[in-house]
Design a protein around this ligand. Sequence first.
Ligand SMILES: Cc1ncc(COP(=O)(O)O)c(C=O)c1O
Length: 397
Amino acid sequence: MRRDAMNSWQVDTVAAQRRPVDGLVGVDVAPMIHPTAAFAAPTAAAFAELAVRPRADDFYTRYGNPNHAETAAVIAALEGGETALLYASGMAAITATIVAFGAGSRVVAQRELYGGTVGFLERIAPRLGIDVDFVHHADLAGFDQALRTPAALVLLETPTNPLLRITDVAAVSALARRAGAVVAVDATLASPINQQLLGLGADIVLHSATKYLGGHGDLTAGVSVTSNALAERLWSDAYLFGATLSAHDAWMLQRGLRTLPVRIRQHNRSAAAVAAYLTGHPAVVRVHHPSLAGHPQAELIARQMSGPGGVLSFEVRGGFEAAELVTSRLHLAARAASFGGPTPAVVLPASMWSGMASSAVQDLVPAGLIRLAVGLEDPADLIADLDQALHTQGQPQ
Ligand SMILES: Cc1ncc(COP(=O)(O)O)c(C=O)c1O
């Protein structure tokens, strides 16, 4: 399905729920919500059949729900995948994937991953009998070497949070395929509008739907997009893990998706303008964003991404204290742990990452790093706000 066909397709799905019998009945133009825990079966035989049907969306909401099914279908279409599974959070999607493929075996993961993912791999995976080997995201020889020992799962993230590193998904997937490992990629920062990785060889694309897919900062959700066969395997564990997305949040997510392409277009433009502004600022040591001219991974970015995304990070002179000062002067950006909503959000990863991952991983995050996610504001307003916040930083002291 073409991405620009998404909205008309959704209207059809919604309309199909209430077909006009004689052509006179008005039908909903917005999705309906099914806030029911269970669904009544008409007969004992139907109940028995539904009880064992994988991924039934009309038996019990922990197994599935029409709001899950409709929302998952939209996300699968956006990613060009066969199907999708929804979870109560991004971490639930990630951990269900690791446990489904890695339990009792080995995971090869890139070193720079979201802090929560690293925390799970470092602290919880060993308790579940999962061996983890970390490889630098750009070290293809390292992936090749690591995959010479049998592995069940290769876990990637691109672009990474918070340093916006890019992993060559086609190249790593080719190595994984040769080794018989499943490739899962956390694509949260890009959203399906800016990159589609299943066509490049990934088997599973993961998102924290809390971010861009939901798009309004009012829900937590996770998703994995994959083939029907892999989804059935994942689901057969996931419905027992029980990290079920509520019907209400699935419905809210469905609503958020209807504006995803326009929101991402604005985020892309705005973050590129902010990144360009920061690049020239005397108080800024380094800016990380896929839009930047002269990016060391520019060729890979051009091959793999169609837009840079709304998250950027930058390092200020003066380390953590200077970064703290800058963020405390900002008026427009909320100091908030999430991103992907209508308003800008700023965090100091050095403080946020502590507690999630080991000190070795925390060391990858520079002390003076500020992660800024643009919202839907006029970028000129955000640049003016940054300008006043950085002003004193730029002055000789
Ligand atoms: C890249 C990435 N993956 C996964 C997660 C976890 O998602 P959630 O908070 O929805 O569990 C986050 C959260 O910030 C993230 O940034």
